[in-house]
Write a protein of this length. Structure first.
Length: 339
């Protein structure tokens, strides 16, 4: 930009404010046009120059300085917004990755114990190769028990890997209309014997004709998990109440057991894989969760049963929740859309 002072017949360039110079021949041609113009700024087509008086130029300069200041600020704000949103978008991926790493670590830890016992038993058997099989029964049975524990853990892990009813194995049967009333009645009858053996009061209130859409084998597994969990964590003389009813457009299964409430800090994590709560909840178990809902199974589990039940519920477009108080006991509620 070339800046000139024009007054009467005086034309003088202000070099300290100029960044360019207009050739003299072109300047002589442009000055009369600028002076005779009634505009404070404009374009001189013959000279091919834009012009502006001091006030307009100062305004443009102020605008340029403002834009220069606003531009970097806007870029900085945009960068911060991109940073925040990128972290927000990546958070589920990071959580999924962390959960996967934790799952692998927990599964490895759970598998290591039975493997260690099996290897130790085999080492003993090899050292006593000359003894009879009957004399080695203790180590053989121990190996069998640990192998069955491994089999149960692997089965639970496979269940977690394929929760959707559409992807069920052929052995489980196809997805379709399931009579949930009959299914719950059958499971309740099975666990009633377990409750009797543990001296528990067993109460059922199951409405007839409640149907849902899904895979019967998978739903049976979820119901078994909840019933088995209630039996395990109810002290002798306590009560387990099973209710099934239709409410609005949902089938609502509630399994309540009396006894020691679950600590409030543990409630948000009960459905996490391999999570175990306070062992004080049960009179004969060191773990705070079941190992998958097998009637009569040992109370010590892997912390996968409730995680499996949650995945089955979600795969059937349902929900599962838990509440626990000293007055009301612990209640697990499974909600599924009616067929």
């Amino acid at each position: 930009m070339a800046v000139y002072y024009i007054a009467d017949r005086t034309v003088m360039q202000l070099t300290e404010r100029s960044g360019a110079t207009v050739p003299e021949a072109l300047l002589l041609k442009a000055v009369p046009d600028v002076v005779s113009s009634d505009k404070s700024w404009g374009f001189l087509p013959d000279a091919g120059l834009y012009f502006a008086d001091g006030s307009a130029a100062d305004g443009w300069q102020s605008l340029a300085l403002a834009l220069t200041a606003v531009g970097p600020g806007a870029l900085a704000l945009l960068f911060l917004l991109n940073l925040v949103f990128s972290r927000w978008a990546l958070r589920p991926v990071q959580q999924a990755w962390a959960q996967q790493q934790q799952f692998i670590a927990d599964a490895s830890h759970e598998l290591k114990t039975p493997l260690t016992v099996i290897l130790a038993n085999n080492a003993i058997l090899r050292q006593r190769g000359g003894d009879t099989i009957a004399s080695q029964r203790q180590w053989i049975e121990s190996t069998q028990v640990e192998a069955e524990r491994m089999q149960g853990l692997v089965t639970d892990m496979l269940d977690l890997a394929r929760p959707a009813p559409e992807g069920a194995q052929a052995s489980e049967g196809p997805a379709g209309i399931v009579d949930l009333s009959r299914l719950v009645e059958g499971e309740a009858l099975t666990f009633e014997a377990v409750a009797f053996e543990r001296e528990l009061m067993w109460e059922c209130a199951i409405d007839k004709g409640i149907t849902v859409r899904g895979n019967a084998t998978r739903l049976q597994r979820a119901v078994a998990v909840l019933l088995d969990n209630a039996c395990k964590y109810t002290n002798a003389g306590g009560t387990v109440t099973v209710t099934l009813r239709a409410h609005a457009s949902e089938a609502v299964l509630s399994v309540r057991n009396s006894g020691e409430p679950i600590d409030e800090a543990d409630l948000p994590h009960l459905f996490d894989r391999f999570y175990r709560a306070d062992a004080a909840r049960t009179h004969n178990a060191a773990d705070a969760e079941n190992n998958g809902g097998e009637p009569g199974a040992n109370t010590g589990g892997y912390g996968l049963g409730l995680a499996i039940a949650r995945d089955i519920a979600q795969a059937h477009k349902g929900t599962i929740a838990v509440t626990s108080t000293a007055q009301e006991g612990t209640t697990f509620t499974l909600r599924l859309p009616l067929a």
